[in-house]
Design a protein around this ligand. Sequence first.
Ligand code: BG6
Length: 490
Amino acid sequence: IVGNKNFKEGFLWGGATAATQYEGAYNQGGRGLATNDFLTGGTKNSPRKVSVILKDGTKTFLDREAAVPEGAVGYIAEETYYPSHKATDFYDHYKGDIALFAEMGFKCFRMSISWPRVFPKGGIDGEVPNKEGLEFYERVFNECKKYNIEPLVTLFHFENPAYLADNYDGWYSRETIDFYLRYCKEVFTRYKNLVKYWIPINEINVLRGYTRLGCRDTGAQARYQALHHLFVANALAIKLGHEINPENKIGAMLALSGIYPKDCDPKNIMGAVEYRRRALFFSDVMMRGYYPSYTRSMFEDLGVTISKQPGDDDIIRKYVSDFLAFSYYRTTVYHTGVVQETDTGGQLGDANPFLEKTPWGWPIDPTGLRYVLNELHERYQRPLFIVENGMGMDDVIEEDGSINDDYRIQYLEDHIKEMKKAVVTDGVDLLGYTTWGCIDLVSSGTGEMKKRYGFIYVDMDDEGNGTLRRIKKKSFEWYKKVTQSNGENL
Ligand code: BG6
């Protein structure tokens, strides 16, 4: 392998979004409900809640990660604001938004298809796909094509069809694999000539509970059983995707913000390795094709026993991911008896005294990005794709209407410089870089609007009020120079 002098020709510069945070129109165009549609707004100090109606008819709000009692189903409470319902309305703004992405020089646009927009009940036996939903995405992909923007499409980004969650216990049920594959077949076939890059599952290592997995039970046993079903579904989706179009590139996707040992105490060094495996376990399965050797001890610690069907291991072994996509925002610190102050998006750890934090408490660590790129390159020796990176900030509109987000430019510039070192100095094979929330969208963690990531501001507040007008921030012109110079002009 020979290192590159710069990012390779055709490097996929762009931005990333997800339907549940961006698309809106939750009850239009024949879309079915998703579990996330029951998730309220919140703030960093008052977490989002899920509204459910219990078997006896009592209406209540549960903690996002609480177990959902048998017989309870998600419901929409009156006078409650649910951010996914309108989000920032990509549904009605897609043309203008994609034109803005093109103006910024995007080569790639990451978005997700809302599964219940294609199959309102998830794809159960006899269900026909929703024509209007399919047509909507076709229009979106054609719009991308017009500007030579490569779509990178996530098929499952925190959005379970509510029907499957409430009637089948979501991914805990083996049947969900078949429903999901019916959905995959429909979209792989329909968009065969429009989409080449796919991500079957977003951040598989942070999925748990009702909203993200569609499961009532949030315990480790149920979670890993559901995740086994996802591994099988992912492998079969890869098989299907390659059969339908051999040109398809289908990637695994994890939250892989990094973990450092606190110091040179061997206990912390080894502990950090074991802790990191809790995340890398998922890419080990999907990139290498088998449950790694440490699975037995990890499952013993967690008290988990997976039930597999004959043939599952062969399926997982045969259909591995073409590339590894990941999100990177921050790093955290491991030491035994961990205090749990910061998290990686999946794992909690100590604060790092060497790093500054964003107002939402996320440590800023550009060097960590190079560290993680090397870690993954050395572990898998396969193409990588950074599909989320960025800084959530409460942007201010000045009196003259400008938005001077120099902090965002700084954050991204510092991360891109480190990414460049990973490519040029270390020889990492990197397909592209899509910043998270290239246009403002609802925060997944807190449900806030004011935790903004975009180069494009959207006029909307935390209660969903606003004109939805799009305004270019200072970072818009800056990112344009980056994409147009293929990362030379930072
Ligand atoms: C990732 C998710 O975990 O982080 C996104 O894939 C999410 O959906 C992003 O939005 C940033 O997190 P947050 O909580 O700031 O929206």
